[in-house]
Design a protein around this ligand. Structure first.
Ligand code: FES
Length: 240
């Protein structure tokens, strides 16, 4: 797989450090997959792994937080500017139906929009509840209200306090690891931990499983987050 040359269609600041960037592109994206993005010619900066927020009719969009030089460059891009994409990459969330909870923190809400849309498209009778946690200003809540049956937003507190794991057949989460671990512990108390899937973040270089930059112990073995993940059963990540 190689980088493709694409163009920026729009680039919008959602709030302080968070951006929604839309490019052209036609990938068949599975919920929870990501792309490696770069837009800096020969500057020696690693490509950035960014979650797919949405993919539809020749457009792919990404949500990210500006941290470091790479994402500062992305934030400054204008419609028509070139950008290179490698993907879609990673395994994505598994198929799920029934009553589904999606739990995201900050930029971790990003892949759960496509998850809500794909679950509803594949299983129209399924119920999808979206839980969104923010430390500061919430964003994209209107979009999630259109995609999910119910949206719960928590600002400045713990989104994990809002969810009753027993109500759900599957729970997908993405966001700060401390939040996902707290959710795992809550699910464990409710006997629902085997229904929880987490998406891990990592620094990456190749995105293809060819280096060891993203390697970490998961389920008793070293796993490459880019290729073996980024989605894992929570039990493999958090059980001792
Ligand atoms: Fe190279 Fe994952 S980034 S193996």
């Amino acid at each position: 797989m190689e980088f493709t040359k694409n163009r920026i269609l729009s680039n919008k600041q959602l709030c302080r450090d968070y951006y929604l960037t839309e490019t052209d592109g036609n990938g068949q994206v599975q919920m929870g997959q990501f792309y490696m993005l770069r837009s800096w010619g020969n500057i020696p900066v690693l490509s950035r792994p960014i979650s797919v927020f949405n993919a539809d009719q020749g457009r792919i969009s990404f949500v990210y937080k500006v941290i470091g030089l790479g994402t500062v460059v992305f934030a400054g891009l204008k419609p028509g500017d070139p950008i290179e994409l490698l993907g879609p990459l990673g395994n994505g969330y598994p198929d799920a139906e029934g009553k589904i909870a999606l739990v995201g923190g900050s930029a971790g809400v990003a892949p759960l929009y496509l998850a809500a849309r794909q679950i509803k498209a594949a299983h129209p009778k399924s119920g999808v509840d979206m839980y969104m946690g923010f430390s500061d200003k919430p964003f994209l809540t209107k979009e999630y209200e259109e995609a999910a049956d119910q949206v719960v937003v928590n600002v400045g507190g713990f989104i994990t306090d809002e969810i009753d794991p027993e109500k759900y057949d599957a729970i997908f989460t993405c966001g700060p690891e401390i939040m996902m671990k707290a959710l795992y512990e809550k699910c464990q108390k409710a006997g629902a931990h085997s229904r929880l899937w987490v998406s891990l973040e990592s620094r990456m270089a190749c995105g293809l499983g060819a280096c060891f930059v993203c390697s970490r112990p998961v389920g008793g073995a070293n796993k490459k987050i880019c290729k073996d993940g980024p989605v894992f059963p929570a039990e493999e990540v958090f059980s001792l």
